[in-house]
Unconditional design. Structure first.
Length: 251
């Protein structure tokens, strides 16, 4: 079997997953985009969080050309990305009780804001506790997860629940447990994860929906332009000035 064939199989798998979320999550995407639009129109702020590789989709929403300027990254030191050494520390921090509460209580989040929590498995203490505590604070929570994990694994939170159980809205990425799309008889482990591709597409679909909902209401969506096109920096500067009290990544 050639590498090219494997590449084609991976693209086919990713395309199939994208088609599934397009068709099966359409109502959830509309609802999530409307929730973000409502938050923007009502003066709320937007935040996104993900731990480990789940943070990639969350980070893709922040300070993004063509994206909403109001999305701020909610960072948990050591848990966002794989820049911490050893990288396995990030995985360990996801299982620490109390960490999410401490982060939220020292963050800018307040009632009326919206928080997107990305967790593929949704089983670890950090995303579950974050959703629980955020909602207790009056924050609306959108969870992006693979619902399949809730039936194939056990929760690592003391409540025995999953992220999906504590959200205002849930987007199901449809990713199979284990996050690997390909197998070979000559390779002992499955390989080729697709969660980042699918989750990023889901969230960009939500942002597109939010922009459309705001425009339909006669509200200009606070979108950023690329700094690599003429006039982009000037455009973004005006957006930053207009929404300075709702953008935290510039402080």
């Amino acid at each position: 079997m050639s590498d090219r064939t494997l590449a084609g199989q991976y693209f086919d798998a990713a395309i199939g997953l994208l088609q599934r979320v397009r068709d099966e999550e359409a109502d959830a995407v509309t609802a999530a985009g409307t929730l973000l639009a409502d938050t923007v129109a009502d003066g709320g702020r937007l935040f996104a969080f993900g731990a480990g590789h789940s943070s990639l989709a969350a980070q893709d929403l922040v300070y993004r050309a063509g994206g909403l300027a109001l999305v701020n990254l909610l960072a948990v030191p050591g848990a966002v990305g794989v820049d911490v050494v050893p990288a396995t520390l990030g995985s360990a921090l996801e299982r620490v009780d109390g960490l999410a509460t401490a982060v939220l209580d020292t963050s800018p989040l307040r009632a009326g804001d919206a928080l997107v929590i990305v967790s593929l498995s949704g089983r670890n203490a950090l995303p579950v506790e974050m959703a629980l505590h955020a909602r207790a604070l009056g924050v609306r929570v959108i969870g992006v997860t693979s619902v399949a994990y809730a039936t194939a694994t056990t929760s690592r939170h003391t409540s025995g629940t999953f992220l999906k159980d504590h959200c205002d809205l849930v987007l199901d990425s449809k990713i199979a447990v284990g996050d690997a799309e390909l197998t070979l008889d000559t390779v002992p482990a499955p390989f080729a994860p697709a969660s980042t591709v699918v989750t990023s597409a889901l969230l960009q679909a939500v942002v597109a929906t939010a922009a459309g909902v705001l425009a339909d209401r006669g509200v200009e969506p606070p979108l950023l332009r690329s700094g690599n096109v003429d006039g982009g920096h000037e455009w973004n500067g005006r957006i930053f000035d207009r929404y300075a009290d709702r953008i935290f990544y510039r402080r």
